[in-house]
Write a protein that binds this ligand. Structure first.
Ligand code: CO
Length: 291
């Protein structure tokens, strides 16, 4: 990897780490979602940096892909287990990091995903398979009496690309991609008191343009105009200028132009914790850009 690119990944990582630390302090019982989320998104998109995707704020059994909607009236409540998942980029080079904030009494569950992430990072070096990383995550979480979420994975990162090969499983799999020097990816273990599988909820707040096909509907064209600066990175419904975009979005999804990311949840009443770092594989180990 060129030094200049390596430096941009590291800058993005250090910045993401500082933003998520500041953001975490804003999450307390009674704080309105929308204010906290907009505060963190504003911090993250200042100066040279931009958001790689909308700030994900997912509570309790929700593992990923929730964020504030237009006029969201929710407030954080005592007992909530809050996952903050932040992606920023410098010139397209992405840092993806997540932490869990415990407003209740779930410290052991929070520790499980944090320690699993540490075990996974310890394993990273050229020649190791992604299956071995998944095995380390699964073993650590299960040794603590929880389940890893099997159908959520870490993911490779590219310039303006939030999800690409390799996938980094949270469970042991046979073989899989062999890690090589210069690979950039996010590792994101999820630990749960639930089933260890997520399902899609009906709620959808995050979308991504996936093709450039022409569309006739004027309101749909307006949406594509509004997100053209995203360079294919995900956007929030809340960011759109039209505050009733559902029909236009449905049209774009049906036409294969936009992809929807529904909220992903384990079983009702369960609790999910998550930690995530972005790493670059080096000759003998890795650099954690978001540490
Ligand atoms: Co990620």
């Amino acid at each position: 990897m060129e030094d200049e690119i390596f430096d941009k990944y590291c800058q993005a990582g250090a910045f993401a780490a500082s933003v998520i630390r500041k953001g975490a302090r804003e999450i307390r019982p009674g704080a309105p979602y929308i204010e906290v989320i907009e505060f963190i998104e504003d911090l993250a998109s200042s100066g040279e940096s931009g958001l790689a995707f909308p700030l994900n704020v997912s509570l309790n059994e929700d593992a990923a892909h929730d964020t504030a909607s237009f006029g969201d009236e929710r407030v954080f409540a005592p007992g909530d287990l809050v996952k903050l998942d932040l992606g920023v980029h410098f010139d397209g080079y992405i840092a993806d990091t997540a932490i869990t904030i415990d407003l209740g009494n779930n410290g052991l569950l929070v520790d499980a995903s944090r320690e699993a992430l540490s075990r996974a990072i310890e394993k990273v070096r050229p020649g190791v398979t992604v299956g071995e990383i998944g095995a380390a995550i699964q073993a650590e979480i299960e040794s603590r009496g929880y389940r890893p979420i099997a159908n959520l994975t870490g993911h490779g990162l590219g310039r303006f690309v939030v999800h690409r090969s390799p996938s980094i499983p949270n469970i042991a799999i046979q073989g899989g991609v062999v890690l090589e020097e210069g690979m950039v990816f996010a590792i994101e273990p999820f630990a749960t008191t639930g089933s260890g599988h997520v399902n899609e909820k009906r709620r959808v707040e995050i979308f991504q343009q996936i093709s450039q096909k022409p569309v006739r509907l004027a309101t749909a064209r307006k949406i594509l105009e509004a997100v053209s600066g995203r360079q294919g990175m995900p956007f929030a419904k809340r960011w759109l200028p039209d505050n009733k975009p559902d029909i236009a979005l449905a049209t774009l999804i049906h036409a294969g132009v936009v992809h929807a990311f529904p909220v992903l949840s384990d079983i009702p009443g369960s609790l999910v914790s998550q930690h995530e770092h972005t790493v670059i594989v080096t000759g003998d180990h890795c650099v954690v850009t978001t540490a």
